[in-house]
Ligand binder design. Structure first.
Ligand SMILES: [Zn+2]
Length: 138
C-alpha cells in the first residue's frame, strides 16, 4: 500500500551534481541528434549562403576555409543544441508538474493530478513524490 513519507524522508531530495547532470545531458539521444542536425545545417549555411550579420558578413566559404572554421561551427552547433535541450527540459518539467500522479492516502487509488484533492472515499490525494510503497502487513 501507499503511505505518506515521514518528514525525515521528505527532506531528502535526490540531488544531482552538475557533473552527473551534464553527463546525462550529453548522453541524451536528442542532444546528439540536434547537434548533428545543426552541425550539418551550419556547414551548409557557411558553405553556400554565407554567415554573420550586416557588419561582419562572411561570404560563402571554400571547402578549405570551411575546414578552418569547423571548430567555430562545431562550437556554435554545440551551444545552440545546449540551449534547445535546456529550454525543452525546463518546458517538459513545467508541463509534467501538472500531470503528476497523486495517490489517495486512504484507498490508494492513483490518478493524474486534476485539481480535485478529495477522494470519493473521503481520503485525500497526495502527490506521488510524497508517498512511498510498503508491503501490506499480513
Ligand atoms: Zn480514496
Amino acid at each position: 500500500m501507499w503511505i505518506r513519507k515521514t518528514d525525515e524522508e521528505l527532506k531528502i531530495k535526490p540531488s544531482k551534481s552538475s557533473a552527473v547532470w551534464l553527463a546525462e545531458f550529453l548522453e541524451n539521444p536528442n542532444f546528439i541528434v540536434i547537434f548533428i542536425f545543426l552541425l550539418i545545417s551550419l556547414i551548409i549555411i557557411y558553405k553556400f549562403i554565407g554567415s554573420g550579420y550586416k557588419m561582419h558578413y562572411l561570404p560563402p566559404l571554400s571547402w578549405k576555409e570551411l575546414l578552418d572554421y569547423l571548430p567555430t561551427i562545431g562550437f556554435e552547433a554545440f551551444a545552440i543544441s545546449l540551449v534547445i535541450i535546456v529550454v525543452s527540459k525546463i518546458w517538459t518539467k513545467k508541463t509534467k508538474s501538472y500531470k503528476n500522479p497523486v495517490v489517495c492516502d486512504s484507498c490508494n487509488i492513483i490518478k493524474e493530478f486534476d485539481n480535485v484533492n478529495q477522494c470519493l472515499c473521503g481520503g485525500k490525494y497526495i502527490s506521488m513524490d510524497e508517498m512511498k510503497w510498503v508491503d501490506d502487513d499480513k
